[in-house]
Ligand binder design. Structure first.
Ligand code: SAM
Length: 333
């Protein structure tokens, strides 16, 4: 394993090769968006760019632990194409497509100001691909054998779904609509683990939970369910330290807090000015970073030297609570 708490001044594809399979707890990275900024790989032919993205995405998937999360920040320019690349990674599940409203919109071309970025949030959940209709039928059979007359009772015992009262006066299970028995929904690793516990599933549906790090459970199983996927804060970083696209530490600290535990290893393969490293240092996580530019490595090193541990202010890093509609700072919230 590579030494942790270091930023390696090298190409990410070279660095990634030195990492073992399933060795990283969380990946958070902010790649070049291919929009012509003044750093490597930001101004190349689109086909070449996407090919390059595919290479480092597959390497990231390889090094990520089962149950680990992968957050990728992206502009609107290529987010759809990059999601297509992920669609072919069979063990990656899109958990959220987050919109980060960064406030300082750029109003080019007389269109609407471009004020948001995208964050794709994936989990490596290793549920093997199988025929969903067949699986749905199998669950119905096994549920009945286990004495569960209704799906609701099974869902309740799985402990993953909440009974809610709907406006119509009826009650139902929150997020239960797409339950696996319908044959339409691919089960999550979390559901597979619970189903295996409660029903005697066929061998082909048994999950090797030994390969899931127990520490990952409370991360994988959702510290973050309570917040929504549109983030109205923080604003873009104002105090840039020599990097044109420095991200706010508050943004990365939120992600690191909800998707890792203290002592975990966080990887950023496009470290830039070191925002991920500084955030990790403040939150007691280990990091490994790659950055191809020597100058940006120097900036990151200085930031890390200057940064002393700050007390974790949970309020400043917690995800924004949904507010009622209103106007704030001249815009609709
Ligand atoms: C969008 S910036 C990251 C900014 C960073 N999040 C921050 O807050 O400072 C992308 C970075 O990737 C670096 N980069 C581009 N190609 C690379 C490669 N092949 N390997 C490693 N780093 C690379 C660029 O030099 C640039 O600093």
């Amino acid at each position: 394993m590579m030494e942790v708490n270091k930023i390696y001044n090298e190409d990410c594809l070279v660095g990634l090769k030195k990492l073992e399979d399933n060795s990283i707890d969380l990946i958070i990275t902010d790649p070049p968006y291919n929009i012509g900024k003044d750093f490597a790989n930001d101004s190349i032919d689109e086909e070449e760019y996407l090919k390059w993205c595919k290479n480092w995405i597959s390497e990231c998937v390889r090094v990520l632990k089962v149950g680990g999360a992968f957050y990728l920040t992206l502009g609107w320019q290529c987010v759809a194409e990059i999601k297509q690349i992920f669609n072919k990674e069979e063990f990656m599940r899109l958990k959220n497509w987050i919109i980060w409203y960064r406030f300082d919109g750029w109003k080019g071309d007389k269109g609407f100001a471009q004020s948001h970025e995208h964050i794709l949030y994936y989990i490596k959940d290793n549920v093997p691909p199988f025929d969903l209709t067949e699986f749905g039928k199998h669950i119905t059979e096994k549920r009945k054998e286990a004495g569960y007359k209704t799906v609701d009772k099974l869902m309740e015992d799985m402990g993953l779904y909440k009974l809610v009262n709907r406006k119509s006066g009826k009650s139902g299970y929150f997020s239960g609509a797409g339950f696996v028995e319908s044959g339409k929904k691919k089960p999550t690793l979390q559901e597979m683990v619970k189903l295996n516990k409660l029903l005697e599933l066929d061998k082909k549906y048994q999950i090797d939970i030994k390969s899931v790090d127990k520490k990952k459970y409370n991360v994988l199983f959702n510290k973050c369910d309570a917040c929504d996927d549109v983030w109205l804060n923080p604003k873009s970083e104002r105090k840039r330290l020599g990097h044109p696209t420095q991200k706010p530490t508050k943004l990365f600290k939120r992600i690191i807090t909800v998707s890792s535990n203290e002592g975990d290893i966080v990887l950023d393969i496009f470290m830039g000015s070191g925002t991920t490293a500084v955030s990790c240092k403040e939150l007691g996580r280990n990091f490994i970073g790659f950055e191809v530019s020597k100058d940006y490595c120097e900036i990151a090193k200085k930031r890390l030297e200057q940064n002393t541990l700050t007390k974790l202010n949970s309020e400043s890093i917690s995800p924004p609570k949904p507010k009622g509609m209103g106007i704030q700072d001249g815009r609709i919230i």
